[in-house]
Design a protein around this ligand. Sequence first.
Ligand SMILES: Nc1nc2c(ncn2[C@@H]2O[C@H](COP(=O)(O)OP(=O)(O)OP(=O)(O)O)[C@@H](O)[C@H]2O)c(=O)[nH]1
Ligand SMILES: [Mg+2]
Length: 444
Amino acid sequence: MWALRAAVRSGPWFSRVVRGCRAPRAAPPLPPCPVRALATFRGGLGGPEGRGPRADGRGSRTGGKEDEEEPEDAEEEDEEEEELLRRDPLLPAGTQRVCLVHPDVKWGPGKPQGTRAEWQVVEAQALVHTLDGWSVVDTMVVPTKTPGRKLIFGRGTLEHLTEKIRGSPEITAVFLNVERVAAPTKVHQRLLKDKEAKIRKALDKLRRKRLLLGQQRRLREFPVVSVVGYTNCGKTTLIKALTGDAAIQPQDRLFATLDVTARAGRLPSRLTVIYVDTIGFLSQLPHSLVESFAATLEDVHRSDLVIHVRDVSHPETELQKASVLSALRALQLPRPLLDHMVEVLNKVDLVPGYRPAEPNAVAVSALLGLGLEELKARLEGAVLRATGRRVRTLRVGLAGPQLSWLHQEATVQAVDVRPEAGVADVKVIISDPAYGRFRKLFPG
Ligand SMILES: Nc1nc2c(ncn2[C@@H]2O[C@H](COP(=O)(O)OP(=O)(O)OP(=O)(O)O)[C@@H](O)[C@H]2O)c(=O)[nH]1
Ligand SMILES: [Mg+2]
């Protein structure tokens, strides 16, 4: 379901995607950059305005001699990993003023289903804006009837577009909103290969780290709740609202969250859960990036519960839901996680008089804090069911170690002390294995 959509480079450029037609400029074309890669490119776009892409890799770590040497300490290695995952040396540096060209397929097999050109344009604009210093200064929606062929536009249309763009000096880059990638040149093949090898290494390391984190969490028996959803639907804002963590900074941009992060929060019963924030989904993503995306979502596989956040104020909310569900299926999420997923209808404050159509979903405004108590109650029930935890009232002797054991191994909700009998009735949330251990340690 992922597809490559964009081609970005400095200077008006159509030659890579409109084969058979003359390129408007003589400069050698660069391989197109996947949308996903653009979206993950943060910082480091500085440099002289309008400078072309650093095809030689200068200023980045790719392609240089230093790459061949192993970093000496773990910190340096982490920095390198971070850099590799974030930077794309093939992107033009500095400020870019983009002309967004959207081929609007009106009929035939290439006609996009369930969406409209205007929303595809809005999404593409948002993607361009994820890059610091990049802005869309012009948008052209161009009807075309040759979907899936080598030629996207006819010669006449191409000439018209080229002329228009050449006549607009403010345009420094063209973003062609198509799912296509041209074969890279030999220079670029090497660069991409180097980068691929390094990213694979970084992903392996990331996987090992995640596995360790997952094991540590399991040992401490905190239930894990993963929060997934279309990009910009409000996942981070919801986690901020559920955990009260003021340090979390949601942003109104696509792919604001670029890595999986975990935060602790408490449910009404005082049960601590770990909320895992994830990278947003997009309806069309390049196949080549599925693996890296899947790696960041491995935590979701290991979670006890999944929350699917939806932006109900978005005109394409249904399409977004379908995209997320199909991506989760493609990622082969375990069946119980899919079946017991909690659907959260977010941003209801933007839809006056909103009435949820889905009976089991919870409507909230993560921003204004509406509906959160109901959501927490739902989450609690679902977490208890998913993790085999139960609320039990256990009688313990005041003189013995049982009470402190329960504080360590379970979530103590209330302690009703009966001094005359020298006992206390303790209301706890306890997992079945922990209860088994309690009974074994303190029989009778
Ligand atoms: N009005 C309104 N805006 C919201 C609500 N929840 C989130 N937002 C806004 O939506 C934008 C995106 O929110 P995030 O929480 O960053 O969304 P996200 O899903 O984490 O986005 P990515 O990490 O980019 O995938 C921010 O500007 C939020 O303030 C809500 O309930 N109501
Ligand atoms: Mg986020």
